[in-house]
Design a protein around this ligand. Structure first.
Ligand code: GRG
Length: 295
Protein backbone atom coordinates (compact mmCIF):
# COMPACT_ATOMS: atom_id res chain seq x y z
CA UNK A 1 0.00 0.00 0.00
CA UNK A 2 1.39 3.46 -0.91
CA UNK A 3 2.13 6.11 1.71
CA UNK A 4 -0.85 8.11 0.46
CA UNK A 5 -3.19 5.09 0.76
CA UNK A 6 -2.00 4.53 4.32
CA UNK A 7 -2.45 8.20 5.23
CA UNK A 8 -5.90 8.38 3.62
CA UNK A 9 -7.00 5.23 5.39
CA UNK A 10 -5.69 6.48 8.76
CA UNK A 11 -7.29 9.90 8.42
CA UNK A 12 -10.52 8.27 7.26
CA UNK A 13 -10.60 6.02 10.33
CA UNK A 14 -9.70 8.83 12.72
CA UNK A 15 -12.29 11.25 11.31
CA UNK A 16 -14.95 8.57 11.38
CA UNK A 17 -14.05 7.90 15.02
CA UNK A 18 -14.42 11.60 15.90
CA UNK A 19 -17.74 11.85 14.01
CA UNK A 20 -18.96 8.73 15.82
CA UNK A 21 -18.21 10.39 19.18
CA UNK A 22 -19.64 13.76 18.17
CA UNK A 23 -22.94 12.30 16.89
CA UNK A 24 -23.86 9.60 19.44
CA UNK A 25 -27.17 7.74 18.92
CA UNK A 26 -30.04 9.00 21.05
CA UNK A 27 -33.16 7.23 22.34
CA UNK A 28 -36.71 8.42 21.86
CA UNK A 29 -38.40 10.33 19.04
CA UNK A 30 -35.29 12.43 18.23
CA UNK A 31 -33.39 9.24 17.54
CA UNK A 32 -34.48 8.93 13.90
CA UNK A 33 -32.83 12.15 12.73
CA UNK A 34 -29.63 11.33 14.61
CA UNK A 35 -29.61 7.85 13.03
CA UNK A 36 -29.94 9.47 9.60
CA UNK A 37 -27.06 11.86 10.39
CA UNK A 38 -24.92 8.90 11.44
CA UNK A 39 -25.98 6.92 8.34
CA UNK A 40 -24.59 9.72 6.19
CA UNK A 41 -21.56 10.86 8.20
CA UNK A 42 -20.21 7.41 9.11
CA UNK A 43 -20.69 5.92 5.65
CA UNK A 44 -17.16 6.39 4.40
CA UNK A 45 -16.35 8.44 1.36
CA UNK A 46 -12.81 9.46 0.58
CA UNK A 47 -12.63 12.05 3.43
CA UNK A 48 -10.74 14.33 1.06
CA UNK A 49 -11.69 17.54 2.84
CA UNK A 50 -10.56 16.38 6.31
CA UNK A 51 -7.38 15.09 4.64
CA UNK A 52 -6.59 18.65 3.51
CA UNK A 53 -7.18 20.00 7.03
CA UNK A 54 -4.95 17.33 8.60
CA UNK A 55 -2.17 17.56 5.99
CA UNK A 56 -2.00 21.36 6.26
CA UNK A 57 -2.25 21.39 10.06
CA UNK A 58 0.50 18.78 10.22
CA UNK A 59 2.88 21.09 8.32
CA UNK A 60 2.58 23.55 11.20
CA UNK A 61 2.56 21.10 14.13
CA UNK A 62 -1.07 21.70 15.08
CA UNK A 63 -2.20 19.14 17.69
CA UNK A 64 -3.89 16.31 15.77
CA UNK A 65 -7.05 16.26 17.91
CA UNK A 66 -7.77 19.92 17.00
CA UNK A 67 -7.28 19.27 13.30
CA UNK A 68 -9.51 16.19 13.48
CA UNK A 69 -12.32 18.21 15.05
CA UNK A 70 -12.05 20.88 12.32
CA UNK A 71 -11.90 18.12 9.69
CA UNK A 72 -14.99 16.46 11.19
CA UNK A 73 -16.87 19.79 11.15
CA UNK A 74 -15.99 20.25 7.47
CA UNK A 75 -17.07 16.69 6.67
CA UNK A 76 -20.41 17.38 8.42
CA UNK A 77 -21.02 20.25 5.99
CA UNK A 78 -19.99 18.06 3.05
CA UNK A 79 -22.35 15.26 4.15
CA UNK A 80 -25.23 17.71 4.63
CA UNK A 81 -24.65 19.01 1.10
CA UNK A 82 -24.74 15.48 -0.34
CA UNK A 83 -27.97 14.62 1.55
CA UNK A 84 -29.73 17.75 0.32
CA UNK A 85 -28.27 17.47 -3.20
CA UNK A 86 -29.74 13.94 -3.49
CA UNK A 87 -33.29 15.09 -2.62
CA UNK A 88 -36.00 14.93 -5.31
CA UNK A 89 -36.12 18.75 -5.41
CA UNK A 90 -32.45 18.85 -6.41
CA UNK A 91 -30.54 15.99 -8.08
CA UNK A 92 -33.14 13.30 -7.23
CA UNK A 93 -30.52 10.59 -6.69
CA UNK A 94 -31.35 7.19 -5.20
CA UNK A 95 -27.77 6.06 -4.58
CA UNK A 96 -24.87 7.65 -2.70
CA UNK A 97 -21.59 5.98 -1.78
CA UNK A 98 -23.01 2.68 -3.04
CA UNK A 99 -26.02 2.74 -0.70
CA UNK A 100 -29.53 4.19 -0.79
CA UNK A 101 -29.38 7.97 -0.38
CA UNK A 102 -30.70 9.28 2.95
CA UNK A 103 -34.22 10.15 1.76
CA UNK A 104 -34.53 6.66 0.25
CA UNK A 105 -33.29 4.93 3.40
CA UNK A 106 -35.44 7.14 5.69
CA UNK A 107 -37.85 9.68 4.14
CA UNK A 108 -37.61 13.18 2.69
CA UNK A 109 -38.47 15.09 5.86
CA UNK A 110 -35.90 13.12 7.85
CA UNK A 111 -33.28 13.72 5.14
CA UNK A 112 -33.90 17.49 5.22
CA UNK A 113 -33.61 17.49 9.01
CA UNK A 114 -30.51 15.27 8.98
CA UNK A 115 -28.83 17.75 6.61
CA UNK A 116 -29.91 20.65 8.82
CA UNK A 117 -28.62 18.82 11.89
CA UNK A 118 -25.18 18.23 10.34
CA UNK A 119 -24.95 21.80 9.04
CA UNK A 120 -25.76 23.23 12.46
CA UNK A 121 -23.58 20.88 14.45
CA UNK A 122 -20.51 21.70 12.35
CA UNK A 123 -20.50 25.21 13.82
CA UNK A 124 -21.07 23.89 17.34
CA UNK A 125 -17.94 21.74 16.95
CA UNK A 126 -15.82 24.66 15.72
CA UNK A 127 -17.10 26.98 18.47
CA UNK A 128 -16.09 24.52 21.21
CA UNK A 129 -12.84 25.34 23.10
CA UNK A 130 -11.71 21.75 22.47
CA UNK A 131 -11.19 22.76 18.83
CA UNK A 132 -8.89 25.64 19.83
CA UNK A 133 -8.34 27.40 23.16
CA UNK A 134 -8.18 30.89 21.56
CA UNK A 135 -11.67 32.35 20.96
CA UNK A 136 -10.43 34.51 18.06
CA UNK A 137 -9.17 31.41 16.24
CA UNK A 138 -12.53 29.74 16.76
CA UNK A 139 -14.35 32.81 15.42
CA UNK A 140 -12.11 32.78 12.34
CA UNK A 141 -12.81 29.07 11.77
CA UNK A 142 -16.56 29.62 12.11
CA UNK A 143 -16.64 32.72 9.91
CA UNK A 144 -14.59 31.21 7.06
CA UNK A 145 -16.68 28.03 7.07
CA UNK A 146 -19.89 30.08 6.97
CA UNK A 147 -18.55 32.01 3.95
CA UNK A 148 -17.40 28.84 2.15
CA UNK A 149 -20.73 27.06 2.75
CA UNK A 150 -23.10 29.96 2.13
CA UNK A 151 -24.31 32.05 -0.79
CA UNK A 152 -20.78 33.28 -1.63
CA UNK A 153 -19.67 29.63 -1.76
CA UNK A 154 -21.39 26.24 -1.95
CA UNK A 155 -25.03 27.35 -1.71
CA UNK A 156 -24.43 30.04 -4.34
CA UNK A 157 -22.79 27.48 -6.66
CA UNK A 158 -25.68 25.08 -6.17
CA UNK A 159 -28.14 27.86 -7.07
CA UNK A 160 -26.29 28.54 -10.34
CA UNK A 161 -26.24 24.78 -11.01
CA UNK A 162 -30.03 24.63 -10.67
CA UNK A 163 -30.69 27.82 -12.67
CA UNK A 164 -32.03 28.08 -16.21
CA UNK A 165 -28.73 29.66 -17.33
CA UNK A 166 -26.77 26.54 -16.32
CA UNK A 167 -26.81 24.78 -19.68
CA UNK A 168 -25.57 27.78 -21.67
CA UNK A 169 -22.46 28.37 -19.55
CA UNK A 170 -19.06 28.59 -21.22
CA UNK A 171 -15.75 27.41 -19.74
CA UNK A 172 -15.43 30.48 -17.51
CA UNK A 173 -19.03 30.17 -16.34
CA UNK A 174 -18.67 26.45 -15.51
CA UNK A 175 -15.36 27.13 -13.72
CA UNK A 176 -17.02 29.86 -11.63
CA UNK A 177 -19.97 27.58 -10.79
CA UNK A 178 -17.67 24.75 -9.70
CA UNK A 179 -15.30 27.04 -7.78
CA UNK A 180 -18.28 28.01 -5.66
CA UNK A 181 -20.11 24.68 -5.48
CA UNK A 182 -17.23 22.33 -4.69
CA UNK A 183 -14.11 24.52 -4.67
CA UNK A 184 -15.05 26.65 -1.67
CA UNK A 185 -15.23 23.70 0.77
CA UNK A 186 -12.02 22.21 -0.66
CA UNK A 187 -10.30 25.57 -0.13
CA UNK A 188 -11.59 25.68 3.43
CA UNK A 189 -9.75 22.40 4.14
CA UNK A 190 -6.33 24.06 3.85
CA UNK A 191 -7.56 27.36 5.28
CA UNK A 192 -8.74 25.58 8.44
CA UNK A 193 -5.27 24.04 8.83
CA UNK A 194 -3.71 27.51 8.47
CA UNK A 195 -6.21 29.14 10.83
CA UNK A 196 -5.60 26.52 13.53
CA UNK A 197 -1.87 27.28 13.18
CA UNK A 198 -2.50 31.05 13.19
CA UNK A 199 -0.57 31.59 9.95
CA UNK A 200 -0.42 35.00 8.21
CA UNK A 201 -2.76 36.20 5.44
CA UNK A 202 0.17 35.94 2.99
CA UNK A 203 0.78 32.32 3.87
CA UNK A 204 -2.92 31.52 3.72
CA UNK A 205 -2.91 32.91 0.16
CA UNK A 206 -0.33 30.30 -0.89
CA UNK A 207 -2.72 27.55 0.22
CA UNK A 208 -5.66 29.33 -1.36
CA UNK A 209 -3.81 29.28 -4.70
CA UNK A 210 -3.04 25.57 -4.23
CA UNK A 211 -6.68 24.67 -3.51
CA UNK A 212 -8.05 26.89 -6.30
CA UNK A 213 -6.30 24.66 -8.85
CA UNK A 214 -6.91 21.51 -6.83
CA UNK A 215 -10.66 22.16 -6.56
CA UNK A 216 -11.03 22.72 -10.27
CA UNK A 217 -8.94 19.63 -11.07
CA UNK A 218 -11.17 17.64 -8.68
CA UNK A 219 -14.33 18.79 -10.44
CA UNK A 220 -12.92 18.15 -13.92
CA UNK A 221 -12.01 14.61 -12.85
CA UNK A 222 -15.56 14.25 -11.50
CA UNK A 223 -16.90 15.11 -14.96
CA UNK A 224 -14.37 12.72 -16.55
CA UNK A 225 -15.46 9.89 -14.22
CA UNK A 226 -19.10 10.50 -15.09
CA UNK A 227 -18.11 9.46 -18.64
CA UNK A 228 -15.44 6.81 -17.97
CA UNK A 229 -16.48 5.34 -14.58
CA UNK A 230 -18.85 2.51 -13.71
CA UNK A 231 -21.74 2.54 -11.23
CA UNK A 232 -19.75 0.16 -9.04
CA UNK A 233 -16.72 2.44 -8.94
CA UNK A 234 -18.71 5.63 -8.41
CA UNK A 235 -21.28 4.32 -5.93
CA UNK A 236 -23.94 6.09 -8.04
CA UNK A 237 -25.11 5.78 -11.65
CA UNK A 238 -22.55 6.82 -14.30
CA UNK A 239 -23.40 8.93 -17.37
CA UNK A 240 -25.81 11.21 -15.51
CA UNK A 241 -24.41 14.46 -16.96
CA UNK A 242 -24.85 13.16 -20.49
CA UNK A 243 -28.41 12.00 -19.71
CA UNK A 244 -29.27 15.45 -18.36
CA UNK A 245 -27.63 17.15 -21.33
CA UNK A 246 -25.49 19.21 -18.95
CA UNK A 247 -22.68 21.59 -19.97
CA UNK A 248 -19.62 20.00 -18.34
CA UNK A 249 -15.85 20.30 -18.68
CA UNK A 250 -15.86 17.13 -20.81
CA UNK A 251 -18.50 18.50 -23.12
CA UNK A 252 -16.63 21.79 -23.56
CA UNK A 253 -13.04 20.47 -23.70
CA UNK A 254 -13.56 16.90 -24.95
CA UNK A 255 -12.52 13.88 -22.87
CA UNK A 256 -8.80 14.12 -23.59
CA UNK A 257 -8.79 17.90 -23.28
CA UNK A 258 -10.48 17.66 -19.89
CA UNK A 259 -8.04 14.99 -18.69
CA UNK A 260 -5.09 17.15 -19.76
CA UNK A 261 -6.54 20.25 -18.11
CA UNK A 262 -7.01 18.33 -14.84
CA UNK A 263 -3.39 17.08 -14.95
CA UNK A 264 -2.05 20.57 -15.70
CA UNK A 265 -4.03 22.08 -12.84
CA UNK A 266 -2.83 19.38 -10.46
CA UNK A 267 0.79 20.12 -11.40
CA UNK A 268 0.33 23.85 -11.08
CA UNK A 269 -1.32 23.34 -7.67
CA UNK A 270 1.83 21.53 -6.49
CA UNK A 271 4.06 24.34 -7.76
CA UNK A 272 2.55 26.67 -5.14
CA UNK A 273 4.02 24.40 -2.46
CA UNK A 274 7.63 24.74 -3.68
CA UNK A 275 8.67 26.70 -0.59
CA UNK A 276 7.74 23.75 1.67
CA UNK A 277 9.92 20.71 2.26
CA UNK A 278 8.90 17.06 2.18
CA UNK A 279 6.37 17.65 4.92
CA UNK A 280 4.10 19.03 2.16
CA UNK A 281 4.37 15.73 0.26
CA UNK A 282 0.94 14.62 1.46
CA UNK A 283 -0.56 17.70 -0.23
CA UNK A 284 1.44 17.00 -3.39
CA UNK A 285 0.35 13.37 -3.45
CA UNK A 286 -3.32 14.14 -2.88
CA UNK A 287 -3.16 16.55 -5.84
CA UNK A 288 -1.91 13.70 -8.04
CA UNK A 289 -4.48 11.28 -6.58
CA UNK A 290 -7.33 13.66 -7.37
CA UNK A 291 -6.71 13.45 -11.11
CA UNK A 292 -6.00 9.71 -11.24
CA UNK A 293 -8.76 8.50 -8.87
CA UNK A 294 -11.48 6.18 -10.14
CA UNK A 295 -14.16 7.07 -7.56
C1 GRG B 1 -27.35 21.19 -1.27
C2 GRG B 1 -26.43 23.45 -0.62
C3 GRG B 1 -26.27 22.20 -1.35
C4 GRG B 1 -25.17 22.02 -2.06
C5 GRG B 1 -24.83 20.79 -2.75
C6 GRG B 1 -21.48 19.73 -3.25
C7 GRG B 1 -22.85 19.79 -3.75
C8 GRG B 1 -23.57 21.05 -3.50
C9 GRG B 1 -23.43 18.78 -4.38
C10 GRG B 1 -22.76 17.52 -4.69
C11 GRG B 1 -23.04 17.14 -6.08
C12 GRG B 1 -21.87 16.48 -6.64
C13 GRG B 1 -21.89 14.99 -6.62
C14 GRG B 1 -20.89 17.22 -7.13
C15 GRG B 1 -19.67 16.66 -7.72
C16 GRG B 1 -18.47 16.91 -6.88
C17 GRG B 1 -18.64 16.31 -5.55
C18 GRG B 1 -18.87 17.25 -4.43
C19 GRG B 1 -18.55 15.01 -5.38
C20 GRG B 1 -18.67 14.34 -4.08
O1 GRG B 1 -17.54 14.61 -3.31
P1 GRG B 1 -16.49 13.45 -2.98
O2 GRG B 1 -16.07 12.75 -4.25
O3 GRG B 1 -17.46 12.47 -2.16
O4 GRG B 1 -15.42 13.99 -2.12
P2 GRG B 1 -17.12 11.39 -1.05
O5 GRG B 1 -18.27 10.42 -1.12
O6 GRG B 1 -15.79 10.74 -1.37
O7 GRG B 1 -17.10 12.15 0.24
Amino acid sequence: MSTLDTQMRQIGEDVTGVLDRLIPPVDGPRGRVVDAMRYSALSGGKRLRPFLVLATADLFDVPRERALRAGAALEMIHCYSLIHDDLPAMDDADLRRGRPSVHKQYDEATAILAGDGLLTQAFEVLADPETHPDAQVRINLVKELAIASGTAGMVGGQMIDLSDERDGLDLEGISNLQNLKTGALIAYGCQAGCLLAERSEDERKVFFNYTADLGLAFQIQDDVLDVTGTEQELGKPAGQDEDMDKATFVRILGLEGAQKKARDLSERACSFLDAYDERADALREIARFIVTRSS
